[in-house]
Design a protein around this ligand. Structure first.
Ligand code: MG
Length: 164
């Protein structure tokens, strides 16, 4: 059985993951509106991954005899100043998720819940990757700029995600 505190935090985390999924879908819609199909591709894959993160927690709660409680998902922002501003938001968001995952892990340590700790190891590693990829794209956008050729090249690069 999960402790009451862990059950609540895992349910909260399902909401954070599904809210992330919704945020990235809104970002994808912005990219489509800007005629940036590669950016939209990258963001839609991100959406799918976040839903999977949420579903893994859903499965874990059920396996541990807990009750999944879905919470309200806020409306995500619809407009972004530029593709660079969008990736600044991605990075900011992933850093926020990292803090939440770390807090969840601290709770699992306090509660001596070893199974929860093992599950969370995957999430901790995932956050390192999430922050690294967002940082890398953001740095390239800042370096190359987001006008004309540079933006088209970046869009082509992001179009390749999920193709190999
Ligand atoms: Mg996630």
């Amino acid at each position: 059985m999960l402790s009451k505190a862990l059950l609540k935090s895992f349910n909260d985390q399902i909401n954070h993951e599904l809210s992330s999924s919704y945020l990235y879908l809104s970002m994808a819609a912005y990219a489509e509106s800007q005629n940036l199909p590669g950016f939209a591709n990258w963001l839609k894959i991100q959406t799918k991954e976040e839903t999977e993160h949420g579903m893994k927690l859903y499965k874990f709660i059920n396996e541990r005899g807990g009750r999944v409680e879905l919470q309200k998902i806020e409306q995500p922002p619809m407009e972004f100043k530029s593709p660079t501003a969008l990736f600044e938001e991605v990075l900011k968001h992933e850093r926020k998720i990292t803090v939440l995952i770390n807090k969840l892990y601290e709770l699992a340590l306090e509660e001596k819940d070893y199974a929860a700790q093992v599950l969370l190891h995957g999430y901790i590693s995932e956050q390192v990757e999430e922050e690294a990829s967002a940082t890398s794209i953001l740095e390239t956008l800042k370096m190359a700029g987001e006008k004309g050729h540079a933006l088209i090249m970046m869009d082509r690069q992001l179009a390749r995600r999920g193709q190999n």
